[in-house]
Design a binder for this molecule. Structure first.
Ligand code: AMP
Length: 206
């Protein structure tokens, strides 16, 4: 099964994508995570991407499409994959359609006013990758490994606002794109993590 998770920054795509990929035993491909790994590893692609990410802009289509094309050929995608954060433009969606058949697109719908507080409260563990939110986890120490939690640079309020503008202009048109192709399932993302997860599993089984 090949899935796409669509939704604005802060919709909970990453959290839900991880669970769904585990449930269906398919590869979880987060283009944001792949780019952050490139940055950490000090690669040329990472250096190029960082300038865009820090401004809340999209990395150029040519860079991202090449990266995803390689990634979906890997052995762990034999059973299918879940794309989290890709495609983000119509050009990326067209390129993907040339490469592979997509079964379903899960659109996680969240009212825009809850997104900024959701994102600016996110913290991650730089050591083990665990994710937290200050509203439910006020401590800045990771429960899993004891490391000090940090905030993604692009989760700061000014950058978040630009990411939301970019989402509305460049990515939101993909909702209609996949609706027209009969692939879209829209889920109410303004519920508990467990309720959203249950709706996604139900939506995918129908
Ligand atoms: P994410 O972790 O998905 O929120 O992505 C973080 C940042 O990485 C985005 O704000 C973009 O700058 C960049 N990025 C991730 N995926 C893509 C994509 N499919 N196309 C362009 N830029 C991307």
């Amino acid at each position: 099964m090949n899935l796409i998770f669509l939704g604005p920054p802060g919709a909970g795509k990453g959290t839900q994508a991880k669970n769904v990929a585990e449930t269906y035993q398919i590869a979880h491909i987060s283009t944001g995570d792949m780019l952050r790994t490139e940055i950490r590893n000090g690669t040329r692609l990472g250096a190029e991407a960082k300038a865009y990410i820090d401004r809340g802009e999209l990395v150029p289509d040519s860079v991202i499409i090449g990266m995803v094309e390689q990634r979906i050929k890997a052995d762990d995608c034999a059973n299918g994959f879940l794309l989290d954060g890709f495609p983000r433009t119509t050009k990326q969606a067209d390129a993907l359609a040339e490469l592979v058949e997509i079964d379903k697109v899960v659109n996680i719908d969240v009212p825009s006013e809850v997104l900024v507080p959701r994102i600016s409260g996110r913290r991650t563990c730089p050591k083990c990758g665990a994710g937290y939110h200050v509203s439910t986890h006020p401590s800045d120490i990771c429960d899993q490994c004891g490391a000090k939690l940090s905030q993604r640079d692009d989760d700061r309020e000014e950058t978040v606002k630009n990411r939301l503008v970019v989402y509305a202009e460049k990515t939101a048109p993909l909702i209609a794109y996949y609706e027209e192709r009969g692939k879209l399932i829209t889920i109410n993302g303004n519920q508990t993590i467990e309720a959203v997860a249950a709706d996604i599993v139900k939506g995918l089984s129908e």
